[in-house]
Write a protein that binds this ligand. Sequence first.
Ligand code: AVJ
Length: 320
Amino acid sequence: MTAEPLEIYLEQQDLERGLREDVRAGLTAAAKWLPPKWFYDSRGSELFEEITRLPEYYPTRAERVVLAEHADDIAAVTGAKTLIELGSGSSEKTRLLLDAFTRQGGLGTFVPLDVSVSALAGSTAQIAADYPGLRVRGIVGDFTRQLDRLPTGGRRLVAFLGGTIGNLLPAERAEFLAAMRAALEAGDWLLLGTDLVKDPAVIVPAYDDAAGVTAEFNRNVLHVINRELGADFDPDAFTHVARWDPSHEWIEMRLRATRPMRVRVLDLTVEFAEGEELRTEVSAKFRPEGIAAELGAAGFVASEFWTDPQGLFGVTLARA
Ligand code: AVJ
């Protein structure tokens, strides 16, 4: 089948308004910050794909090992008719699930949801071509906002992979999981990928690679703001910082100003002192008992928890 036309739940003007609001809130705060979702224009999505192939960046490979090992279990246990993937990006690992559902039979519809039109357009066409008989409905949307508009009918499996849930702060995570549970019906399933707490000597290099790809990815958010909002950041005047926060058990990416700067953006003049840091991402790492507790608090029942043989990355299957 050919993919159906993308369903747009998030218009260009909504995206731009969101960016303006986030830039205003984050750059006028005493401790400056920006949300990580603005990394992913087409250049940022390419850089992220490059990150997933770096020797230091273990999460993608570790999650792939888990999915390859357990995809048939996931298909059998859930018996899903519809697979919804949040933040699907290139949908590369999802093929392991689609292959398992194809072996088992019964999956009718695949619904990838992503903010990136470019990532979706390519992946939906390719998946529709490769899985004859599968209905492919790509949705352009923000997974934190469009949960109440997920397709209904038939048993659903929502996949939220890659550890992206770690980009949410604890309170945002609780709110997101509760909204997800509210959007699902008893008998639907959630498949959640989470990077696990481990020696920071393994985690930090994954976010500060020798080739400098992550540094370029980090600075890309400044290029996005320059282009979309006509700002005058000098991205090369910021250095990349990846720091493990042991009390929160998360990694933070920051951009550090190498000299004092004055940046014009929107109607603001934003001052940076030399050495001042702008937080651009939190990527939380999880413990198995914490994942089960957070899912339980949101009304899910964790049914299976798998890791790769090295215990780097966890995948939880939970029932609504
Ligand atoms: C796509 C959010 C899972 O947090 O590991 C990769 C993004 N940031 N390198 C992550 C990311 C820096 C990634 N997620």
